[in-house]
Design a protein around this ligand. Sequence first.
Ligand code: GLN
Length: 299
Amino acid sequence: MMDSPPKNSVTLRNVLREAVNTLSSNHIEQARLEAKLLLAYVLGLRKEDIIVYPDRELTDSQEEKFQQLVERRCRKEPLAYIVGQREFWSLEFEVNSKVLIPRPETEGMIERLLNFAGDKTDEKAIRILDVGTGSGVLAIVAALEFPKAQVTAVDISGDALEVARKNSIRHQVAERIEFLEMDLMRDWNLPENGFFNYILSNPPYIPSKELGLLMSDVRDYEPREALDGGADGLDCYRCIVANAFPYLKTGGYLIFEVGDEQAGLVKQSLQAHGGLDAIETFQDLSGRDRIVSARRALG
Ligand code: GLN
């Protein structure tokens, strides 16, 4: 009979067990999942493989690396920044601390876009604008879902655009996305090569005075300029509504992600602008108002 490894040897099973304890005692909620993801990252394995080879031993340098990553997570650095990746729309995107980590509820923006566009998405030579593209998830998934579309993605941060550009190369849509550095709060001067059928934005929307109340994972690590929406959190919406309107095709849609409790006020500012109709609110899976959209009126 083969000897099984000694109880305290550095097998996957043992280091995983220890990491789960360390993470949970540091209040990391999904300790087991996160420990597996970190271990898989260090070993270059898939998460599923971790439990397939429980007796495999780590080398000293692998173990050291793993312990360092667990410590970083205990200090609340987001897992996505540690491993440099996050899944969105079932695709992997590169992320770093210069971009907001894509959230699952933002996938609702793509669902809305698909819903408005109807069928034959592969034939639609539409133009889409993504305002505040960050990691580029919305622009890139839109380009993938509409293989004939031309997409413009803008962001105030050159570092974010760098990440978005890399992601567009990774997903082979770089030649259909134009990336532009632009402050959405100032005058827009996008190239005048036509109008957009869809303008998407998940802008910063946290009221400035509430930034301090965010979980430290977010507050201490994610870029403030991707979160801070000004005094009432609505500064970007007001600017986008005013600036985007001239770029929106007649019958085209403006689609916003909004923060909790903001849908009503965002709807009001769309109504107040004029020239827009079909102003609607949509909920996320947990029933919260999450998306507000409006159409440039035909009349
Ligand atoms: N558009 C990106 C996203 O939805 C970034 C949004 C932001 O930085 N506010 O994840």
